[in-house]
Design a binder for this molecule. Structure first.
Ligand SMILES: Nc1ncnc2c1ncn2[C@@H]1O[C@H](COP(=O)(O)OP(=O)(O)OP(=O)(O)O)[C@@H](O)[C@H]1O
Length: 332
């Protein structure tokens, strides 16, 4: 059994132009100790998926369907009170803006001990403080920072505090949505390196969202590629690097320069994602796809799984077609 099994997740936003599904039938799973990435252009529904899983959706968003099973337990029908037992202790969240959400008038130490005491009320104040100091050490911050207020720390330090907080109750899954994006490149690298070391030490799984596809390919075990609210492809990072199958994934990969490979022209993907209030018929990527065939505007492709991963593309609906298209994509 996977740690997290998301099946046919649907999240709808109300808008003046009508309701639309920002996440429309998304399915994937995360294994224990795995780093699973979600990638795709801005607005494809990555954050909405993360918010749906961690129950952070607020109006105008609403969970419109699907199932989220965490460690064998269905979360969607669970009461808010019951879910509180999961938040922080089983599943925690680090958002891009989290470092700005620390309470500005509370010392870092008190904010960390609050998390511990709220979930483990039997803990003495002294033990909680000593655990808070160990948590800061995990993210390479000295215990002296327990007495600091958030404004006395740099952005990178504050984001480390947020990561320490997310680790406080040793969750099985940490959802990280652009955890380092607001920071400079050197600080980003340091924090990502520490997250990877901690993951190896503590064994938690990560749902990782970033726009930095090269970083994602480097650190994630598997990646789900989303397009216009749907899952286009899911595969192991090495499989996607060697031979991504969905034309959208291929386009995304061509949109980033390689630091080590030969010089190639960065071509990107012509056009832009569709209006989700009135998406195109059939495959949502079809208007931008250079390989579209008649079936693509007729019906939405289902996400099919085989040894190479999962792909939702009519080009791969027969065994034969899949071999031909993979071969063609490798030659390009
Ligand atoms: N509060 C909101 N109200 C209405 N629509 C929203 C809201 N938040 C997001 N959306 C819409 O939902 C869709 C998915 O947005 P989401 O933020 O999940 O995408 P994303 O892939 O995480 O994008 P980014 O990479 O820019 O963070 C987009 O069309 C977005 O405009």
């Amino acid at each position: 059994m996977s740690l997290l099994e998301v099946t046919d997740l649907q999240v709808e936003y109300a808008s003046p132009r009508g309701a639309f599904k920002a996440v429309d039938g998304v399915s994937f799973s995360i294994e224990r100790g795995e780093i699973f990435g979600l990638a795709g252009e801005s607005g494809c529904g990555k954050s909405t998926t993360a918010y749906g899983i961690s129950r952070l959706l607020r109006p105008p968003a609403r969970l419109a369907g699907g199932s989220i099973v965490f460690d064998g337990q269905e979360l969607t029908g669970m009461s808010e009170a019951a879910f509180l037992a999961y938040r922080w202790s089983r599943m925690s969240v680090v958002l891009q803006s989290a470092m700005n959400n620390l309470n500005p008038v509370m010392r870092i130490g008190n904010q960390l001990t609050d998390v511990i005491l709220a979930h483990e009320p039997g803990t003495s104040a002294r033990d909680a403080l000593s655990r808070a100091a160990s948590l800061l050490a995990l993210v390479d911050l000295p215990a002296g920072k327990l007495r600091s207020y958030p404004h006395e720390l740099s952005g990178g330090m504050r984001q480390r505090v947020v990561i320490a907080m997310a680790l406080a109750l040793r969750p099985d899954l940490i959802i990280m949505d652009e955890p380092t994006t607001a920071l400079d490149v050197v600080t980003q690298k340091g924090i990502v390196k520490r997250i990877l070391e901690l993951k190896r030490e503590l064994g938690f799984a990560v749902l990782f969202i970033t726009h930095d596809l090269p970083l994602m390919l480097e650190i994630c075990d598997r990646i789900g590629i989303m397009y216009a609210g749907k899952m286009a492809e899911v595969g192991r990072s090495d499989q996607l690097l060697r031979g991504a199958r969905h034309p959208y994934t291929q386009g995304l990969l061509r949109s980033f320069p390689s630091l080590t490979g030969p010089k190639v022209r960065i071509s990107g993907i012509p056009g832009s994602p569709p209006d989700l209030v009135a998406p195109p018929a059939g495959c949502r990527f079809q208007p931008r796809c250079a390989h579209a065939i008649a079936a693509c505007s007729a019906a939405q492709p289902a996400l099919r799984t085989d040894a190479g991963g999962s792909v939702a593309c009519h080009l791969y609906e027969t065994e034969e077609a899949s071999h031909e298209t993979v071969a063609a994509s490798r030659q390009r």
